[in-house]
Design a protein around this ligand. Sequence first.
Ligand code: GDP
Length: 511
Amino acid sequence: MSNRRTFAIISHPDAGKTTLTEKLLLQGGAIHLAGEVKARGAARRARSDWMKIEQQRGISVTSSVMTFERAFDDLGSVTFNLLDTPGHEDFSEDTYRTLTAVDSAVMVIDAAKGIEPQTRKLFEVCRLRSVPIITFVNKVDREGRPVFELLDEIADMLALDVSPQMYPVGMGGEFAGILDFASGEVVVPEGPSREYHGKRVADFDLPEEIAENVELAQIGYPEFDLEAYRNGDLTPVYFGSALKNFGVTELIEAIARYAPPPRPQPAGEEQVTPDHDEVTGFIFKVQANMDPNHRDRIAFMRQVSGTFKRGMKLTPSGLGKPIAIHSPILFFAQDREIADTAEAGDIIGIPNHGTLRVGDTLSEKDKVRFTGLPNFAPEILRRVQLKDPTKTKQLRKALDDLSEEGVIQVFYPEIGANHIVGVVGQLQLDVLISRLSAEYKVEAALEASPFATARWIKGDDKALAEFESFNRANLARDRDGDLVFMAKSPWDVNYQVEKNPELTFSATKER
Ligand code: GDP
């Protein structure tokens, strides 16, 4: 079985994702942080400038890949690929897409707050793809809500079976440790209070009231069932404190033991399994302009099958001719010996000049096309207003680039000169304006557009031509030149759907 575990952390802002990530990397031997890879000179400066924007905004705009390793007596060495999802309330397609590249997720919940809106949204995205979830109830070093209340809330709000694997012995000031059901031992805090280290105690005297609750937690909830977890129907629940580095070891161990190894990926009617004999993968993220002078970009490929070797030729879908991957960024590549290969489940950063786009499949034989990496219909549409009219060319280039990267979607109306940008969340618009200015020296503003949403239209040529002749004012082309109906309201969409049964109106577009 593969020793790769490729996962993401989903949480509401402030639940402790960053702190937990740090602790995971500390406990495992962290190998590379994506942002540090090959950033030299100008590239490094550009990157840190961009990170300044992120800091000013108090958000993390770019996702990255973090890899760490741990050895277990019985499992051997396990490699963990943690894909970071931007943790802002207002999430973007980037977040959705990152979740298409993982095999499982850890859901971090603040013990005092329970399920919050962002946790819930991200959970729903995971559910769409039956991504299995391990729950980590964080901040038990502080006063939190009663354990049963939290467990029941997870079960009710997410319609998911919960199976506690631990029980916190007190919370906040009363916090005395965590009883681990698997071993029957209590892990008690040890060492200076800022940074506990867990010590396992076999004959810990449980206070009577807690002993009763522990029994209730064990008999009142479903037992852990690997298959139910892997189907996304049950979540094992762990408790801990990321800040105090408590319960993190148990969490890592749970991911190693239970989280699924690389899963097969759908490609139309077929499934490509990790043991498929050629290298295949798909691009789930493109990060551009790490160096503004070179307009270089890194496409992040989730490897689905095969053993990748440096210098290998892969054919991107849609391009038709192979490209040689001479300088891949292999995030787990700690020592030079293994730096040249990657396995299913790994992420490979591929430097390129705009050839590779989100949703592309890469493969050796150019026979596979992965499906299920959609563009989502934008929910916010804005007209781009250029402050300096001589910069139309730069603007078009920038919008094309940024839409390739998946930051925004761009639509070019059939009538009129104003470009329209579409996003799933407000944050993307802020990112757009600041990147236009910082990276392309284009000052622009956004103004209201008459449109509320968009639908990709398909049909035979005759039907399309007829539709076009009547609806030109509401039609646009996307970056690929595909026809899009710009709707003023959901009602508008329904009306056209009913009126044009020979056409399909789609809210997502798969490349
Ligand atoms: P993120 O927004 O989910 O990435 O959350 P952060 O990791 O930045 O944490 C948000 C705040 O909660 C910070 O002030 C952390 O120090 C604090 N925090 C994180 N984990 C814990 C924990 O286990 N216990 C306590 N008391 N505070 C925590």
